[in-house]
Design a protein around this ligand. Sequence first.
Ligand code: GA4
Length: 281
Amino acid sequence: MVVASPTKLHSEEHLAIELPTVDLSGDRSMVSNLIVKACEEYGFFKVKNHGVPHDIIAQMEKESFNFFAKPFDEKQKVEPAKPFGYGCKNIGFNGDMGEVEYLLLNINPLSIAERSKTISNDPAKFRLNHYPPMPLLCKDEDSSPCNQNKVGFGEHSDPQILTILRSNDVGGLQISLNDGAWVPVTPDPATFWVNVGDLLQAMTNGRFVSVRHKALTNSSKSRMSMAYFAGPPPNARITVPPEMITPTKPALYKPFTWAEFKKAAYAMRLGDRRLGLFRME
Ligand code: GA4
């Protein structure tokens, strides 16, 4: 893993840093150590040599572009994304909007359970996000010129345990560091990104960080991302292993179930800090 020292980009206030990369073909104990360190420092890392064949990924990307290239009326014939289907601009149920269209798909958990030997009766979520190009030179509503990338998917953390994300070669994803600075993530279509979700932060008593992230649109190219959200069964109780609770690190969160957490998440806005609801007084 290489973590380079931060360097300033000339036109933006963002820092460009090299994020942790984990080579899954490496020695297992080294791989676990790298993952733990990355989850503590950033809640985010890149995975290479993940074993998913390139042609399968390329085919998925092609089919996704084919779908989003259809006329709007055609796309709307698909069920609305409530809970699974096609959505455009509207995210969640509380008025959040972004320059994104998407498909929220339901993955048969048994197909994953067969491989992982775990049983879950909760539909696992898979998301295809398409960010159409948005020219930079535009007029705001008050007709002052603006020269900024638009928000495709606003700032948020993922509620689940972890997310596996892959995008095409168009940038736009940014992650938030502990100090609140936004860091652009350089696209790398051959790799997957993994990020810690809210549940994993709770399960590790705050040791792993549920990284806040957002996606901006590109001025001239379409960005396509695919994300798999790994969550537990609805009645799973989210607790911390007792050895992670010590006098110096008392329990941060009350125990809760995934169903309770999901209900809270959907009642809130995209950017809200949901874990705050479950913090110990
Ligand atoms: C963020 C991660 C996933 O994209 C998602 C999103 C979900 C949605 O788009 O319906 C949520 C959002 C996500 C977090 C809070 C709630 C739920 C929109 C929203 C305002 C599919 C998920 O599981 O949580």
